[in-house]
Write a protein that binds this ligand. Structure first.
Ligand code: DGY
Length: 325
């Protein structure tokens, strides 16, 4: 009898989600839900895996991939896949999959919530009340910035960018966007207007970063970019931390070059709570929870699982991001 293929899952996921995979494979799951599998353990176990289901925080680099002799598919639990060396995988005939679509609206909701929380100082206000500092209703007490009827500039007009634009329209905002390629559909359906990157920065009240992390977008938001923004601008990042030069952002906030920032992602995660950005009163910081709802996280796991089942059963993957040679 042929032995079942070995599948490595780098975090504890619900048994009922994994059951259909366990029926056809020997599945090993890291037994912890809230602690990452150490890199060396992952690399060692991956050597005999036919499939890996990593989290977006697990680096699957050339070193890991080159030691795998049986690996057919890496099915990331996330739409972003900058943690995986996709071309090294393709050279070895390994399919890489992500989880698009299922998280689009959820991540757009969080992005918009972060924008509102930052503009209207919700976190600061809630802390103020809890700390017993509320003594009187005052004309400018915790006054923030209006969101409605302002200009939003979206950098990265993929599915999530377009879903954020849709929400912005509900707030009667003027929507600008910058993307590597023009999005005629979004222009027609959402009334979003294309602008070159630096023009968008100069015109926007809210600059919303939703672009994937690639070698081209690493530190796209640098000193020059922040200098281009209005001094009243609010910067929101719900994409990847490394798209931003954090030192440049810190200086822009401290020197009043921009007004505030809402950050769901950081260059190094989990972010150190002593990170200078976290200490600023005009920063709302979240622990990378863009897609974190029960429904969506289950949908992401399910899609990653189904990508693996498809490949192990010899069918085309559902949502591949590369074409192995
Ligand atoms: C993704 O899917 O890339 C998100 O960042 C994970 O929540």
């Amino acid at each position: 009898m042929m032995s079942k293929p070995y599948v490595l899952i780098t975090r504890k996921l619900p048994e009922d989600v994994i059951a259909p995979l366990s029926a056809i494979a020997e599945v090993e799951m890291w037994p912890h839900e809230d602690a990452a599998m150490p890199r060396d353990v992952l690399a060692e176990k991956a050597k005999r895996a036919a499939a890996i289901l990593p989290m977006v925080s697990d680096p699957i680099d050339e070193g890991v991939l080159s030691a795998c002799s049986a690996l057919k598919v890496v099915a990331n639990m996330g739409v972003g896949y900058d943690n995986i060396d996709v071309s090294a995988a393709a050279r070895r005939g390994i399919v890489v999959c992500n989880t698009p679509d299922v998280l689009t609206d959820t991540t757009a909701d969080l992005t918009f919530a972060l924008l509102l929380a930052t503009a209207r100082r919700l976190v600061e206000a809630a802390e103020f009340l809890k700390e017993g500092q509320w003594k009187s209703w005052s004309p400018f007490l915790l006054a923030g910035a209006d969101v409605h009827h302002k200009t939003m500039g979206i950098v990265g007009m993929g599915n999530i960018g377009q879903a954020v634009a849709k929400r912005a329209k509900g707030f009667e905002m003027n929507v600008l966007y910058y993307n590597r390629s023009r999005r005629p559909e979004a222009e027609k359906k959402l009334g979003a207007v294309y602008r070159p990157f630096f023009d968008l920065l100069a015109e926007s009240d809210f600059v919303v970063c939703l672009t994937p992390l690639t070698p081209e977008t690493r530190h796209l938001f640098n000193r020059e970019a922040f200098r281009q923004m209005k001094s009243s601008a609010i910067f929101i990042n719900a994409a990847r931390g490394a798209v931003v030069d954090e030192q440049a952002l810190y200086e822009a906030l401290v020197h009043g070059e921009i007004a505030a920032a809402g950050l769901d992602v950081f260059e190094k995660e989990p972010v150190d709570p002593t990170h200078p950005l976290i200490s600023l009163p005009n920063v709302v910081a979240l622990p990378h929870i863009g897609s974190a709802t029960h429904e969506t996280r289950r949908a992401m796991m399910t899609l990653a699982r189904d990508n693996i089942i498809a490949v192990l059963e010899g069918r085309p993957p559902l949502t591949p991001v590369n074409r192995p040679s």
